[in-house]
Design a protein. Structure first.
Length: 211
């Protein structure tokens, strides 16, 4: 249920091929349980703590970012969740997950006027989820147990602590995941998830750039 809710919430940030400010991201608190997750957003950095809980922060992208085809960021994990199977519905905790949500360009203008639930239930929508966590190898492409054919998980780092810089090719990963060219990047989201393993996760993401 938790990631079904996460899957219905994705969204996020402005850019201009430069650092993205996290200062104005919105946090979605799940109504089904009390979320003990804090997002500490500032220009260029988002600190995250999850105390045996799960939540997500997001922002819809402006039209100027719809043609984004790459991204860079650095994330650091100080306290990690245990390694889990990210293909399993429930029991699939991860430290951080950065979502990239796409819609066909002829539907992208409606993204800002739609509810998050309606946007992410759109059968034409596609989502790439880049993950720090899990018991998988770097580069593994996994089916989403919550998004079905509309979403794929890309493992960038397995569970564990440390600081790592990422440089992703969204267009290539989208082609690998969905066999087509990407539409408009309408939103991003960042989630933290430690409720199944009931541990404290402490991490941050910095220097997010869309290109």
């Amino acid at each position: 249920m938790k990631h079904a809710l996460i899957a219905l919430v994705l969204l996020t940030a402005p850019a201009n091929a430069g650092p993205i400010s996290f200062a104005d991201w919105k946090t979605h608190w799940f109504a089904s349980f009390f979320s003990r997750v804090s997002f500490d957003g500032a220009p260029g950095r988002m600190g995250v703590e999850a105390d045996g809980s799960v939540s997500i922060t997001y922002k819809i992208l402006p039209e100027s970012e719809w043609d984004t085809r790459g991204a860079k960021w650095t994330w650091q994990v100080d306290h990690s969740v245990p390694a889990t199977d990210l293909r399993q519905k429930g029991g699939d905790d991860r430290n951080l997950a950065l979502y990239f949500a796409f819609l066909p360009k002829d539907q992208a203008a409606d993204a800002g006027r739609s509810s998050l639930r309606k946007l992410l239930k759109n059968p034409d929508g596609r989502v790439l989820v880049y993950v720090h966590g899990g018991a998988h190898k770097r580069g593994d492409l996994l089916a989403s147990p919550y998004l079905g054919a509309r979403g794929k998980t890309v493992v960038l780092r397995p569970s564990g602590s440390g600081r790592h810089a990422e440089n992703i090719n969204l267009a290539a990963d989208y082609k690998r995941a969905f066999g087509a060219e990407p539409g408009a990047l309408v939103a991003l989201a960042l989630s933290a998830d430690s409720d199944d393993t009931d541990v404290e996760m402490v991490a941050a993401i910095e220097g997010l750039r869309l290109e």
